[in-house]
Design a protein around this ligand. Sequence first.
Ligand code: SF4
Length: 269
Amino acid sequence: MRGRGSYDMAIRAMENLAGAGFRDFKISVVMTRQNVPQLDDFAAIADRYGAQLRITRLRPSGRGADVWDELHPTAEQQYDIYSWLLGHGEKVLTGDSFFHLNALGSEPIPGLNLCGAGRVVCLIDPVGDVYACPFAIHDAFKAGNVRSPGGFDRVWRESALFAELRRPSTGGACSGCPAYDTCQGGCMAAKFFTGLPLDGPDPECVKGHGAAALSAVARDALPRQGNDHSHRTVPLGMPAVRTARPDRLCDESPLAGADLAAHTLKGTS
Ligand code: SF4
């Protein structure tokens, strides 16, 4: 998925970080149908390099929309993730990815057990637009822009969207579910981008209501992610050689101008 050689590059980077004494850097893994059985292996890699594992839910937004149908974990795998997090989750970061899995048992998984959108997280994109969450880049979830009068402070405190998201929900179609207190109807972005109502069950509802609701959705009319300004022209790999001098050296490389040899000597003296 990430391209040939990307795994080796990531391992090499971790070796370098660990070799330099850098600890607790994060390994971020999106859980898919293909890699749920590898959870122990990811944890072992994190332990080997003194890093911290973060696992994230595959959302049907952005480029995830193109692969969600075939790659989102099966019902059995959702149970595997829940069980694994109960046993190993204290050291693992999950953000607000898996709180909907709490409907699987009486014990909540460690971590943030609510949707953080507009409450504890938001996304500010490169042009200053503020969205309720990184997986909800769409006009329906745009709260404002940090370049407007009052800046981010005003958007965060006064946006009507955020006020709405912070209001307690009645549960809508989920209100009769005995698991509502822990699951809370699941992920707003996952519902929106699969065409489900926001006050209905999550598409991956562990009681099967999401799958039933999805079967009634016209898949060719789903909302698509809006203007994502973060993926415009960012190339992967080494920058091309150019002859013209950039306005600022750091436009070309974050290490521009750094005297790495001197730094290394200082660090080892
Ligand atoms: S019906 Fe709603 S609250 Fe109950 S488990 Fe499914 S998504 Fe969660």
